[in-house]
Design a binder for this molecule. Sequence first.
Ligand code: INI
Length: 169
Amino acid sequence: MRGDTTGAIGPLSGAHGFRFAIVYSRFNDAITASLRDGARSALLEAGAGVDDIEVVSVPGAFEVPQAARSLAETGRFDAVVCLGCVIRGATPHFEYIASSVAQAIQDAAGGTGVPMAFGVLTTDTWEQAEERAVAGRENKGFEAGAAAVEMAQLFRRLHATRPAGFASS
Ligand code: INI
C-alpha cells in the first residue's frame, strides 16, 4: 500500500505577518492564471494580508527562476511561489525547459536561503495541465501556495534566535 497519495490539503493558517511573492509565466496563460489564483487563495486562506502578496508575471517558464531569485534577493519575502506551464506536445525542447527550470528554482532557493515553492506544471497534454489547474484545493498553484506557507513558517522557526520549545534560563 502506498498510503495517502492524494496530497489533500487541510485548512491553512498561520501566514499572518509573512510576506510572499508569486511569480507566474504568461506562456499558456489560460492555465497559469488559474495557478496564480490558486496560489493567491491559499496564501489568503492561511491569513496572509492582501498587501503582503506581490504578484509578478514573466514571459515564459524559463524566466521564472531568475525573477524568483531577484525577488528573494530583495529580502522582502519569506517565500516565493513559482508557477508556470510547459506542455510536452507543444515544445520540442520540453525536456530542456522543464528540467532547467526545476533545477534553477532549486538553485535560487538554495542560493538565497528563501524558500521557493515549485508550481511549474510539466505535462504531456493540454488536458493534463487543465486537470491540475482546476479551481479549488486540487489546483497545483494552491498546493504550491500551501507549501510556501509551511516553508515560511519553518524557516522563521529555524532562524529564530531562541527556538520555540527551549526553556529560557
Ligand atoms: N514557456 C513556457 O512557459 N511553456 C512552454 O510550453 C514553452 N514552450 O512551449 O516553448 C515556453 N517557451 C518560452 C520560454 O519559457 C521562454 O519564455 C522563451 O524561450 C524566451 O526566453
